[in-house]
Design a protein around this ligand. Sequence first.
Ligand code: ADP
Ligand code: MG
Length: 613
Amino acid sequence: DVSKVKLDYQSDVARLRKIVINSLYSNRDVFLRELISNANDALEKFRLTALMEKDIYDGVSPLNVTLKAERNAEGKGGRIVITDTGIGMSLEELTLNLGTLAKSGTSEFLTKADSEDMTGGGNLIGAFGVGFYSSFLVADRVTVASIPPKSSKHPNPTQNIFSSSADEGSFEIYPDPRGNTLGHGTEIVLELKNDAMDYLTPSNLMKLVNQHSSFSTAFPIYLWNEVEEELPVEAEEVHTTEFETPEDEDEAIVEEDTEPETMLKTKKVVVGRWEHMNSQPPLWMRDPKTVTDEEYNLLYQATFKDFQKPLAWSHFTGDSGDGVSFRALIYVPSRLSEEFFSKPLDASTKDVKLFVKHVFITSDLGEYSLPKWASWVKVIIDAEDLPLNVSRETFQSSAFLKQVKNVIIRRLIQLFGKIAEEDPEKFNEITTTYNTVLKLGAAEDNKNREKLAALTRYTTNQRNGTSFNDYIENKKQGQRQIFYLADMGKSSEYLAGSVFVEKLHARGYEVLLLNEPLDEILTQTLRNWKGISFQDVAKAGLKFGDDSEDDVEMMAALTKKFAPLLDWLKLEAGENVRDVVVSDRLVTSPCAVVADSHGFTANVQKLMSATSK
Ligand code: ADP
Ligand code: MG
């Protein structure tokens, strides 16, 4: 008697569903994490909407996720019911969100899915946020009932149903014949496949929730659990009222065992009750000493949807200076996104997740976003006592955020410094991914320039991974300059073989071989390191520390001797050169053209013509 509308999935959805169903079989546990994460997102959206539109929430009705496994009466088959009291979906939203690919990340997923071996792809699903379709990994049919809260957007909300089977290219949409049973929120019923009945066992569900969802979810998750208990006969009634129940359930259910042992003073009963799964405070509130690496990894992967483990992290307590204390957890991902360097300079990601009292507020720090060089860092920050009811605009202008930004940057630099000192092997990994980023930071960030520059590493004519401090330690007696040769895009081998390097190399000097665009900008911004100035070996002005009196005399004599040749060369070269001099820079090459000490080197000229295009 209800009007069911049958709609075809958008063609990409059909493709996506197929990929998900066919290729992620061995990873099908992910469905639960994905659905819980959707429920949590919906609860967060509800709460944020309620901050702006006060009428939609009475402030007392429960905001939670419940999970229940139900066996069919005949003992064959069953279903899992996942319910949240979140933002819900209207009829249109059910069609749009679950029937089309409204999200930008998904086409990227499809491209990746085409090109990659998908056997390990369970994480790919999470990484690209195509989570809902993972429910078809375990379900023959998925039925979603949903209703948004009464608001200005939905003045007369009704509860509707989206229903789809795993092997059809279409879905049905219709008003829920039961009417409004949810208040507001979403109920997802998974009719389990025959080979997925293991999920009907509460302890299995419990294990999955504990593994993937319990530590990072702000809203309570309750699981319906049925346990067999031996109860004293007389005490039965008293006992039933003691069970913990979620706020919206009034009673626990006690069923008699099928074979009551009437002769005993105690009897076995199956006791059903709601169990609070994530009653522990979130991981970042714990003492770092009690958190395992595995827990840090899982939290990172679930929170930031990265299928790789982080390279490093820093977990600490901070203070904003005006009395607001906070917990923070900073993660260094194992790689930068492919488009990191091509993004505009002021582009920053939204990966600083700000919580107040464990409740998610925003990941958009507005004008206090991290600078480009640090925009890849993933952060969880949880403030103790900021007023929650401020609108997000006022919140963003608070001095707190400014402080947060500075603290994150300071701690990030400290973290890198600590690794550089204590774990050279790990720091090599950091260098491989982040060296260029650190150079960018040193060039960009006036306040932290020295600290960031100290973390940058260079190849020289003598070794790899040299820092400026290493260079200074290794310099020769009397050496008064830091030598470098810069040629953008050239290999280190090429630079090492340059005529400008050969004499220095022969005399045992170390020369930084700079081939990245940022290198020369950095040496010119720094000008010197610990008071020792950078000297381009392709420019005039080179000073050797080991020039002896004899050498100086000899140079004067040679200049005199070759004066006629020098004059002739100057005449022939005309406007093209500023001067022709005798030099002791070269070993095997007869001559070299070098830049004037005040002029631009060939490299900077290349850079300038590249940027002015
Ligand atoms: P993602 O969560 O990355 O957006 P999903 O495939 O998991 O992708 O979900 C698709 C969309 O469906 C969500 O963006 C959301 O709009 C909607 N949705 C899914 N589950 C819920 C829910 N429990 N409550 C409200 N909306 C939901
Ligand atoms: Mg999702």
